[in-house]
Design a protein around this ligand. Sequence first.
Ligand code: AMP
Ligand code: ZN
Ligand code: ZN
Length: 414
Amino acid sequence: MKLASRFVAIAVVFTTLACGASDPSEDSVPSLSDRSPLVLISLDGFRWDYPDLTDTPALDRIMTAGVRAEGMIPVFPSKTFPSHYSIVTGLHPGHHGIVSNNIRDPRWPEPFALRFRDEVRNSRWWGGEPIWVTANRAGLRTASFFWPGSEAPIQGVQPDYWMPFDDSVPAETRVDTVLEWLALPEAERPTFVTMYFEETDSAGHEYGPGSWESLEAIRAADIVIGRLLDGLDAQGTLESTNIVVVSDHGMATHTSDQMIALEDYVELWPHEVFEVGALLQIFPDEGREGMIYDALHDAHPNLRIFRPSEAPAEFHLYDNPRLGPILGTPDPGWEVRPRGATRPGDWLAGHHGADPSHEDMHGVFIAAGPAFVSDATVARLPGVDIYNILAHALRVDPAPNDGNPARLDGIVRR
Ligand code: AMP
Ligand code: ZN
Ligand code: ZN
């Protein structure tokens, strides 16, 4: 399969070069082995302003050499799985199917959740074409040290190197393994690599985005990126490597008075409250949907309740059948849940998932390398535009997607 797709890709490159005389831009398509490697790094929950809150010398290095967007506007819901998968597919969750961290598909009895390893690895959930599949089609080798979607064959393709998600793997091990992959002999070396670090998200949830612990996590993430930069420098490949640092969403401070208890407005039994927190999904008992909707619709000024068909257009949910019949999203920082579901240990000081137009939900986009302009700042960038940027950096043709190709202007070198 891999060899076959490589053969096709080599044939395509040959044809492109052979026809290139009439189109100067195509003359510059490098052969497979000449392409700059691209490392895509995610710092979970790293809010857009985090680089300005404390010392981040490694990120500063990347920003000075390259380009920083004022923020990354995530998709709705601004949660880890939907947002990461939108970054690598250029599709909104309503189109790629990972509509939340918790999903129910009317066709199958088993729900999807981050901790259900069999489901996370089951191809049937993952629509669209992630960038590693696009790269594979072009004959490039790919690798992933964690990324939502990397554990499932998608369109029959998985990264050539991948790891089962395990948050106990130290960040240093992740970096050192990626450096080893990038130092492999040419025939085995990946051109595209993903990395993922969760500490900033964990600290933001537990202690809040402005806490001392969050600042410590920001500095720790920066040290990890510094380790990668130093390693590439030692390999002599820092200048020739494209590095893209993103996050999946930001984080809003949550206080104890920002709690909406569902029982204050509706009797929950026997309905299923499938997802709570910053996104509410309720599967009402048969025939009682209207009652639940009426009870919750105008219940609380900080809670927006809607059916998938009435979802705000800017949420791009496209009435996906995987969404619960009754959805809700509280304002950033607010939480909605059954009162009984809150135990002392459940307390969270930071939240995300809410309406991505709120600044607190915005993440980062920072990139440097031969594919990127230098010393530039650009306007806030929607997460669905990142796929086209990755495809451009890899010199591969992007699959159809929801991103706006004009957004590459001011970010990439043409
Ligand atoms: P969220 O609160 O939506 O930001 O989810 C964050 C959590 O997602 C992290 O604490 C990780 O434990 C989990 N997570 C991140 N990547 C993966 C993955 N590839 N597989 C399973 N869980 C993941
Ligand atoms: Zn996240
Ligand atoms: Zn989180």
